[in-house]
Design a protein around this ligand. Structure first.
Ligand SMILES: C[S@@+](CC[C@H](N)C(=O)[O-])C[C@H]1O[C@@H](n2cnc3c(N)ncnc32)[C@H](O)[C@@H]1O
Length: 554
């Protein structure tokens, strides 16, 4: 074992009062809390950039959840709390993946990955560059590949033949090789080794414990690690508990995963008070609410837009805890209210409908992508309606309950691909009106897509369909578009900061839109009145109740 591996192993075993029961029988494995080790806390806090003394690691306010990260100053909504550069990053790979394993620029959204602008209609990104050695990792360009090679890929490339596509497994390979080649520093790996791992819970509860052990054993072999097999297994559990999705949109399609010491101190709540944005490879943590000094910073680990029936099993499987926050309790209670007495447990039929809704979208995708068939969205919308009628354990599926809004958004995206702009807008209006929470990243991303499609519609006032269809008038679409642009800009400033790249892009298109607009200026009362009336007309046209989507323009 080299010095770095030794430091890692010593710290893994020093952080616990004993080894895992699987490695040293009879000894209980109790992890020493991070907040009890001031030196470690100081080191972790030194890895993040925050105003002096603005953060603190203490015992979490969530019972039984160990340590947590707290702000020691008042923070306003939208303010940057800290930034950091992760210790290790690892990108998704595979046919559909476009993530660059060096710079992690977001290529899968309507915003250009590096230039400060939206993509032009039909604009496609250049092809990704695949490493010729491993034929696995992908890069934006040869120069990104070269930089990735120089900073570590050269050590792992030759060991990755037929390697797993699973992200956690590749993160494990990568960390093992960085330890072996002493790319990480001893103080970094000492802190890494002290992160939560929940190995005992995995071992007792997880159905795939044998698989977990096999993956760790294969990783040790493949990466020629000299760490003890038990330490490699612990490292794998630790990755699963702490890896942060590299996701600039929170739409469940991360570009990869990252281990960041500061972010690894954040505990989970389904109604988070912070948001994490990846700006290329940099982690940016912002407040979503005004936070008083002394408040614990809480992040939603995953699936924020989804309901607890979908979100909780995924969180439990990965992080080994059952979330008991107020939102989970509210959502769970709702499923039991008003259920017919002959239904023993409403959860099973609800899960079945969730699956069926996803299946309709898959069918629509196949249909839309098949060359032989012109795509008509109507039968799929009808199927969704039919399923919704009784799908909520014999009652009507609630409009705001996922995956209904997501299914509609997916159908709208298919319509957009086919150039069916009217249905794109109509279905998107419906999906956004059904959104349950309008204070999170996935919603802001949906709003970006929405205003972009609206803009492409309002750009052409003489479009035939606007002149003779039974549609709201062009002016009403314009009021609607300008109002939503303003709402989007305010939301972006909160998530990305006033000077964030995405906020600047949105601001620019908002100004372009306003330059063409001849009505009263937002946010005057006259504009707000006009916007409200046009909003109601368009929602009615899309078949939704105006009260279901009220936009406050400030
Ligand atoms: C990324 S770490 C967060 C820091 C961790 N609390 C620590 O002491 O190192 C994730 C782990 O924290 C714990 N945790 C986070 N949020 C929790 C919650 N809401 N309820 C219970 N445990 C939680 C779980 O053990 C989870 O695997």
């Amino acid at each position: 074992m080299n010095l770095v591996e030794q430091a890692f192993s010593d710290s893994l075993n020093d952080g616990a009062s004993g080894r895992s029961s699987s490695t040293s029988k009879g000894q209980e494995n109790v992890r020493r809390p991070i907040h009890d080790d001031q030196e470690l806390c100081n080191y972790i806090l030194s890895t993040v950039k925050a105003p002096d003394g603005a953060l603190m690691i203490r015992e979490s306010t969530i019972p039984g959840s160990g340590s947590g990260l707290f702000t020691t100053r008042d923070v306003a909504a939208g303010e940057l709390i800290f930034t950091s550069v992760p210790l290790v990053l690892c990108s998704e790979v595979g046919e559909q993946m476009e993530a660059c394993d060096f710079c992690f620029q977001q290529r899968r959204r309507v915003i250009h990955p590096v230039e400060d602008r939206l993509l032009h209609p039909g604009e496609v990104m250049p092809d990704v560059y695949k490493c010729k050695g491993c034929n696995l990792y992908q890069y934006c360009s040869e120069s990104c590949w070269q930089r990735a090679w120089d900073t570590g890929h050269l050590y792992e490339c030759g060991l990755l033949a037929d390697a797993s596509h699973d992200l956690d497994t590749r993160m494990l390979y990568r960390i093992l090789i960085l330890l072996r080649k002493k790319v990480l520093l001893p103080e970094q790996v000492r802190a890494l080794a002290r992160l939560a791992h929940e190995q005992d819970k995995y071992e007792q509860i997880s159905n795939d414990w044998q698989k977990v052990k096999d993956i760790a054993a294969e990783a040790k072999e493949r990466m020629k690690s000299e760490l003890d097999g038990a330490d490699v297994l612990r490292l794998y559990c630790l990755i699963r508990c702490n890896a942060l999705p590299v996701d600039q949109t929170s739409r469940n399609a991360p570009l990869g995963t990252a281990i960041d010491l500061g972010a690894a101190m954040l505990n989970h709540n389904c109604e988070p008070n912070i948001v994490i944005i990846f700006n290329s490879t940099r982690v940016e943590v912002r407040a979503v609410n005004n936070l008083k000094a002394g408040k614990e910073l809480l992040h939603c680990y995953r699936d924020i837009a989804y309901d607890c029936t979908f979100r909780n099993p995924r969180i439990a499987a990965r992080y080994q805890f059952k979330c008991q926050c107020d939102r989970c309790i509210r959502e769970s209670d709702r499923h039991y209210e008003g259920v017919s007495p002959d239904i023993e447990d409403p959860i099973m039929p609800i899960l079945a409908t969730q699956g069926d809704l996803f299946a309709i979208v898959e069918k629509a995708k196949l249909r839309a992508l098949s060359l032989s068939n012109p795509f008509d969205v109507t039968p799929f919308l009808a199927e969704i309606d039919e399923l919704s009628e009784e799908g909520y354990a014999g009652r009507r599926w609630p409009d705001d309950l996922e995956p209904l809004p997501t299914a509609l958004k997916s159908l709208a995206a298919l319509c957009e691909r086919q150039g069916d702009i009217i249905n794109t807008i109509k279905i998107r209006v419906k999906a956004l009106a059904f959104a349950k929470c309008r204070n999170n990243l996935p919603y802001s991303e949906d709003l970006v897509d929405f205003v972009v499609s609206l803009r492409s519609f309002t750009m052409y006032p003489h479009r035939k369909v606007l002149l003779d269809g039974p549609l709201p008038k062009f002016k009403e679409f314009q009021d609607f578009c300008v109002g939503h642009m303003c709402a989007l800009h305010a939301l972006m400033a909160r998530f990305y900061g006033e000077q964030g790249r995405v906020t600047r892009i949105v601001r620019e298109i908002m100004h372009e839109e306003m330059d063409k607009y001849h009505g009263p200026r937002p946010p005057t009362r006259a504009f707000r009145r006009k916007f409200k009336a046009s909003h109601e007309t368009i929602l009615k046209w899309a078949g939704v109740d105006a009260k279901s989507w009220i936009v406050e323009l400030s």
